[in-house]
Write a protein that binds this ligand. Structure first.
Ligand code: HEM
Length: 320
């Protein structure tokens, strides 16, 4: 979270050392959707033309609260907390405003994602053409803006230990990205637990027929990522329910694997996320052994809402 806040939003936070950090608390709340909101979000994915109305419903309650708070601050502030999403947005907006108002030479030393997006949205070539509809769409807007398998663990740790660590034992991009077995393991984790499974949709721009199904232009299509990732025809001959990193040695159908989805609007943070995951796992396994904890037989408890969220993972860590 600290890394994302720094790189994506240009904000310095210290959640790692402070579990009561306001950003951490508010971020937790944003992913903790209530069932009504979740229903509205899923509906919006299927019927994008409803998004303005649904947004109005979801934000309506926040605006009402905001209004009440303004009118009678002493009544409402203590009892009702500001909606998490708006709290975070407000802070991001203030960073954006500060950046926008600072002189370009002062901004040049910022190399984070936020600055790249601000630069893209304020680039002169784009600004000059804002009246041109085709160019308008190019402008970026704010709102766009394992049970413990010891064999696998040992193999992974052996690969980590045999790396050429520098004197300070520091991790770097090349080191983690060159670990082949690590790559297979992370791929397999994301095949079995693709994290984002329901909120991906595309609009069909040409009427077509796929496997005998007529799909009309304008239809909304949602891939069933779990069905694709567990399809024996795509992932066999070994049982797709087994965790087998080596299966990624075999060349598969280009659409068989989509944890970050596919196409020009796929996950913009994919490389960043993979690097973070690998760095985190490398550090963890260098210093600890992951062992089954009490209740391990209960498995990996998780909820599948908009993203797969872990509720409980029964493992313990032993210092090496
Ligand atoms: C393992 C971690 C992650 C997974 C599995 C994941 C997965 C996804 C998926 C499936 C999408 C939808 C893409 C589509 O509709 O085609 C997406 C979009 C996106 N992701 Fe990620 N993501 C991850 C981490 C990150 C990180 C770390 C960042 C930012 C640093 C990020 C930023 C974004 C953004 C901005 C979009 C929207 C892209 C667009 O609409 O053009 N993601 N992600």
């Amino acid at each position: 979270m600290d890394v994302i806040c720094r790189c994506a939003f240009g904000m310095d936070t210290d959640m790692q050392n402070d579990i009561d950090n306001a950003f951490l608390r508010k971020s937790q709340l944003t992913v903790d959707q209530n069932p009504e909101q979740l229903f509205l979000i899923k509906l919006g994915n299927l019927m994008p033309f409803l998004i303005p109305v649904l947004t109005y419903i979801i934000t309506g309650q926040a605006l009402l609260l905001h209004l009440f708070r303004k009118v009678a601050p002493t009544w409402f502030s203590p009892q009702i907390e500001e909606l998490a999403r708006f709290w975070i947005l407000k802070r991001v907006e203030s960073v954006i405003n500060t950046r926008m108002s600072s002189k370009s030479n002062e901004r040049q030393n910022r190399v984070d994602l936020l600055q790249l997006m601000i630069d893209a949205s304020t680039h002169d070539d784009i600004k000059d053409d804002v009246n041109d509809e085709s160019m308008e769409s190019k402008k970026l807007h704010y709102d766009e803006v394992v049970t413990t398998r010891s064999d696998i663990q040992d193999k992974l740790r052996a690969e980590i230990d045999e790396q050429e660590w520098n004197d300070e034992n520091q991790l770097d991009y090349d080191l983690v990205m060159n670990m082949m077995y690590m790559d297979l393991v992370v791929r397999e984790v994301l095949r079995m637990y693709p994290i984002i499974i329901t909120s991906i949709s595309r609009e069909c721009n040409t009427s077509t027929t796929v496997c005998g199904y007529q799909i009309e232009k304008g239809s909304i299509i949602q891939p069933d990522i779990l069905a694709v990732h567990y399809d024996p025809d795509l992932w066999g001959p070994e049982d797709p329910n087994l965790f087998l990193p080596e299966r990624h040695h075999v060349k598969r159908h280009p659409m068989a694997y989509m944890p970050f989805c596919i196409g020009p609007r796929n996950c913009v943070g994919m490389r960043f996320a993979l690097m973070e995951l690998k760095m985190c796992l490398t550090q963890l396994l260098r210093h600890y052994t992951i062992l089954p904890g009490e209740n391990i037989e209960e498995g990996f408890k998780h909820r599948e809402t908009l993203a797969i969220q872990p509720d409980a993972i029964y493992v313990k860590l032993e210092k090496r």
